[in-house]
Design a binder for this molecule. Structure first.
Ligand SMILES: Cc1cc2nc3c(=O)[nH]c(=O)nc-3n(C[C@H](O)[C@H](O)[C@H](O)COP(=O)(O)O)c2cc1C
Length: 331
């Protein structure tokens, strides 16, 4: 089974490797994206940014859009429901040199769908098509869209919806195989990803519940999608991209990192986070990341409680040394 690193082209942007990092607001910031990249993620997307907020000059949006030096190809993701604001935001975002503009049409959060953005657009294909058309005509880079299977189980319209997006100039579609009503509950519908792939001629990215190299291969094989996108499976486990690439290339499941390596990766990640956002914010955000890094360890619940009060990087260093010692004693 030799399945060498896939190369796909979205418009004229080349992506080498089948596993991409999904956009995750509050998680997939620049330090995390760069870390995943160093483990072989072939493509990354920023956290979603409000098109209107960005156009109106919101400083936080600018921060979210900044890409890493070694983070190409990468997309900036925008959300909104007004075609002209979306087009203006995409054009203004070009100053951050993205390779792709991605449009969020999958977010199920109440705050987002109340504004007719995110997955609410799946109920209005005509408006979604207009948004894509305006954004495509505003920028000279590929425009992609991230969608869900549909609004609810009685309205699974990803196939027809994807066709509308393609007709309006979308260069690729990412399908998260769940309805908006499902939020993040299982199961992921691989059939709908396969059906979209069979119905459009632009690349299709499959997404949902990939936790292991076998899950990634299953999605690629079953749906025929061009690329898989991994979200929660990479939290506290950025090396998952390497495991997936190794498996797709050589057919072997490589070993998980040792406890020492795991803690080293965690410290590296949190150090970058503190450099990027300052130690105060960095350590607040480190609490959740550290809990993910220790999730599968024996005694994880006690570690999580302790890590939820983290205040300084030095404290995290001391805890990680103790974790290594305790985990080795358990062997
Ligand atoms: C905390 C969190 C934040 C997310 N933020 C975004 C976002 O900003 N834009 C987006 O398109 N999807 C977002 N998603 C959805 C993910 O990109 C992905 O579609 C979903 O988690 C399913 O993939 P997974 O099972 O690999 O996690 C988010 C998901 C999570 C869990």
């Amino acid at each position: 089974m030799r399945n060498t690193l896939r190369q796909i082209k979205i418009g004229n942007t080349e992506i080498n490797g089948a596993a991409a990092l999904a956009p995750m607001a509050g998680c997939s910031d620049l330090p995390f994206r760069e870390l995943c990249r160093s483990f072989g993620a072939s493509y990354t997307v920023t956290e979603m940014v409000s098109a209107k907020g960005f156009v109106m000059g919101d400083r936080k949006s600018e921060e979210l859009m900044r890409l890493g030096e070694n983070e190409h190809p990468a997309a900036i993701q925008i959300f909104g429901s007004e075609p002209l604001y979306m087009a203006k935001a995409a054009e203004k975002a070009l100053k951050f040199s993205p390779d792709i503009i991605d449009i969020n049409m999958g977010c199920p959060a109440t705050k987002i769908i109340k504004g007719s953005s995110g997955s609410a657009l799946m109920k209005d294909p005509a408006l979604a098509g207009r948004i894509v058309k305006e954004v495509v005509s505003a920028v000279n880079i590929p425009v992609t869209v991230k969608i869900r299977a549909g609004w609810d189980k009685n309205n699974i319209n990803a196939v027809e919806f994807a066709k509308v997006l393609e007709q309006n100039g979308a260069a690729a579609i990412c399908v998260h195989g769940r309805t908006k009503d499902q939020m993040y509950a299982p199961p992921v519908n691989l059939d709908i990803i396969r059906d979209v792939k069979m119905s459009v001629s632009i690349p299709v990215i499959g997404n949902g519940d990939i936790e292991t190299p076998l899950d990634a291969k299953k999605m690629l094989d079953y749906t025929g999608c061009d690329l898989v996108m991994i979200g929660r499976g990479a939290l506290g486990k950025p090396w998952l991209f390497k495991l997936i690439n190794d498996y797709l290339e050589k057919g072997v499941i490589a070993e998980e990192p040792s406890i020492e390596e795991r803690m080293e990766i965690m410290l590296f990640h949190i150090k970058r986070l503190c450099e990027h956002k300052g130690e105060y914010i960095g350590m607040l955000e480190a609490r959740k990341h550290a809990a993910w890094y220790t999730k599968s360890l024996r005694g994880a619940a006690a570690y999580r409680r302790e890590l939820s009060a983290l205040k300084s990087f030095e404290e995290l260093k001391a805890i990680s040394e103790r974790i290594i010692k305790e985990q080795k004693e358990l062997i």
